[in-house]
Each structure stands twice: as structure tokens, then as C-alpha cells.
Design a protein around this ligand. Structure first.
Ligand code: ZN
Length: 141
């Protein structure tokens, strides 16, 4: 597992929280923000974006990943994710299954780190392989 300093962890969580204010959430009042750390220590951000037709909804994590990939970044160290009502941090917010699969496309499951925090200031840090064991990724093709 890559070590992420406590300062960087705090910065990623604060950045993810800042992104909650940009969430486009007219249908379900639940704002999610994400801050994705690239291998060269750049941070790409994302928020959740809802849609009236529902299936075009996109999560904050995938927004951050696709922004980064669209600018040529494909190596990543960590992502911080926070979510909750009222554009504030609520309970721990782990990525959905679709986002976990997107992460496997670009990240080493044993070293990529997912960070989430709750409204009590508690932080949980897990590897992608802990969230998505026995995954199907590029190495399977
Ligand atoms: Zn998701």
C-alpha cells in the first residue's frame, strides 16, 4: 500500500468536501465530492451529477477519474470521497460498484487507496482490493 501522509489525507478530504457544493442534485438531496490524487501528485476533483432520466447520473468518483483520464492521467495513488445531505459530510461514503470497476481499470488494486471520512472527523482508509476482491480488470484480457 502506498503511504499517503496525514497532511495529504486531510487535504484530499477537505478538497472532496469543497466539491460537494458543486454537486448537481435536484432529485435526491445527497451531495458527494471526490478528490483524486495522481501518481505525480496532482489532484483532480469531481462531484455527483444527477439527471432527470436517472441512468445518465454520474458519481463524483467517476467524474474525477474521467476528468483526469481525459487530460492524459492514467496513474493514481488515492481518492478521497465524502458525501451527505445538505452538502455536508455525513456518514462514511464508499464508492459504488460501478466506480470500483472504473478504479480497477487504472489502479493497482493492492496499492490504490480509498479514503472516506464521516461527520465526526473519523477517517477510514482501505485499498481497492479490499473493496473489490477478485476483480476483473485489464490483466484478465
Ligand atoms: Zn459510483
Amino acid at each position: 500500500m502506498i503511504e499517503i501522509s496525514s497532511e495529504m489525507t486531510a487535504k484530499l478530504i477537505a478538497t472532496a468536501h469543497e466539491m460537494q457544493k458543486y454537486s448537481y442534485i435536484p432529485y435526491v438531496e445527497f451531495a458527494v465530492g471526490a478528490a483524486l490524487l495522481t501518481a505525480d501528485d496532482e489532484i483532480y476533483t469531481g462531484c455527483n451529477i444527477q439527471n432527470a432520466a436517472l441512468s445518465p447520473n454520474i458519481c463524483a468518483e467517476r467524474t474525477a477519474f474521467f476528468k483526469a483520464v481525459s487530460e492524459g492521467k492514467t496513474k493514481f495513488k488515492a481518492i478521497a470521497i465524502v458525501g451527505g445531505p445538505d452538502r455536508e459530510i455525513g456518514d462514511f461514503c464508499f464508492p459504488c460498484g460501478v466506480c470500483r470497476q472504473v478504479m480497477v481499470e487504472y489502479c493497482d488494486p493492492d496499492s490504490f487507496i480509498i479514503i472516506t471520512a464521516n461527520d465526526k472527523g473519523e477517517v477510514k482508509t482501505v485499498t481497492l482490493s479490499e473493496l473489490l476482491p477478485y476483480s476483473f480488470g485489464p490483466e484478465n484480457l
